[in-house]
Design a protein around this ligand. Structure first.
Ligand SMILES: Cc1ncc(COP(=O)(O)O)c(C=O)c1O
Length: 354
């Protein structure tokens, strides 16, 4: 399918307002955004316009009934060529968006529309991809219901949009997480495996409580017994038990992270043994006291790969860092960074260079 995307350029770029050494996260937006509308069963009017406010009806369905899904991906400045920028696994984000769409009774976005909108937007705003260490362009594709109608039913109209933010590191220290045993972010049969807006709303109150107790994030456990570790609010979870790496097997209540998959494939490529299986909090504590728990780390597009300082459980804090020197997490982070920045061969063909 071919889509004729129209372009309305900004009169003057805002790029001179960007301080590449002090970018922060999610506060600065590039000059343009991509929009497409869904009406009468088809995607129409794909267009690139200046980034700016949208006009919405107060009855907009997404605000009331929550048909809103999103993705997060990153684009990097190539170290090989000053002009090139590198999208990391963008079609996996397109596929995951469509998994979310199906569960929320929303229309799918054809992968070629997703990629055409994304590529043309990036071609226009490529100078916004930061060329500083730890910098990237964070890309936010999303879709929401636009019917102005009161009544619970799937909307007939939708907006698919993409905007971009130059970003620096999301976290810059080892994190303290609280093992959550009271609240759940998702339930079996629910929408935990999707990237829908409501999942993040459900996590905010428990996360705020954990932060009041001095933690950075919540480590969610399974919603039935609260015994098995699942993921944090925005990342997947890994433990290094001696020389073996364990990550919780994916369940219906967890998001299948693209970084998680990249880390698993990279670790195996580097010759490490990786187990995807249920991992209980008790097992973590037993390995810690036996001296086998060498590293804990979390992975996500925004956070990249961050080590955990330790975890809180049952009113006690379990510090992990003292047992290990993060050898494995450092190795796999470098392996992945080298691929994204084109310092090394893209052995898995993950990069799309424009
Ligand atoms: C709940 C949750 N788990 C895991 C992840 C990590 O996913 P990815 O590596 O695709 O960014 C994210 C971020 O998207 C998330 O929001």
């Amino acid at each position: 399918m071919k889509f004729a995307i129209t372009t309305e350029k900004v009169k003057e770029s805002r790029i001179s307002q960007l301080d590449p050494n002090n970018i922060g996260f999610g506060k600065v937006f590039t000059d343009h955004m991509f929009l497409a509308d869904y009406e009468n069963g088809e995607w129409i009017n794909p267009r690139i316009v200046p980034y700016g406010p949208m006009s919405l009806s107060p009855a907009t369905s997404a605000i009331h009934y929550g048909q809103a899904i999103f993705e997060g991906m990153k684009v990097f400045a190539s170290s090989k060529n000053d002009h090139d920028i590198v999208m990391f696994r963008p079609t996996d984000n397109a596929k995951r968006l469509n998994k979310s769409a199906a569960r929320l009774a929303m229309p799918e976005v054809p992968e070629d529309l997703f990629m055409a909108g994304l590529t043309q937007l990036l071609e226009l705003d490529r100078q916004w991809v930061p060329r500083v260490e730890g910098g990237a362009l964070y890309v936010r594709p999303y879709m929401f219901a636009t019917d102005d109608f009161i009544g619970v039913k799937p909307s007939e109209r939708y907006c698919f949009a993409i905007f971009c933010c130059p970003v620096g590191p999301y976290y810059n220290k080892a994190l303290r997480v609280k093992v959550e045993e009271e609240y759940s972010r998702a339930a079996p049969g629910g929408v935990g495996f999707t990237k829908c807006a409501g999942n993040y709303a459900a996590a905010m109150y428990p996360t705020a409580l954990a932060q009041k107790e001095g933690f950075d994030q919540v480590l969610w456990t399974d919603p039935i017994e609260h015994k098995f570790v699942e993921e944090t609010g925005t990342t997947n979870f890994f433990a290094v038990l001696n020389d073996k790496i364990v990550t919780p097997s994916l369940t219906h209540t967890m998001l299948a992270g693209i970084t998680r998959d990249s880390v698993v494939q990279s670790l195996r490529h580097l010759g490490h043994e990786v187990e995807e299986r249920p991992l209980s909090v008790n097992e973590l504590k037993e390995h810690l006291s036996a001296g086998n728990l060498k590293e804990l780390f979390i992975t996500g597009t925004a956070a990249t790969l961050i080590n955990l300082d330790g975890f809180g459980h049952d009113g006690q804090y379990y510090e992990v860092q003292k047992n290990g020197d993060n050898t494995i997490s450092t190795e796999v982070k470098k392996f992945l960074d080298d691929i994204k920045l084109q310092h090394s061969d893209d052995v898995f063909s993950w990069n799309v260079v424009i």
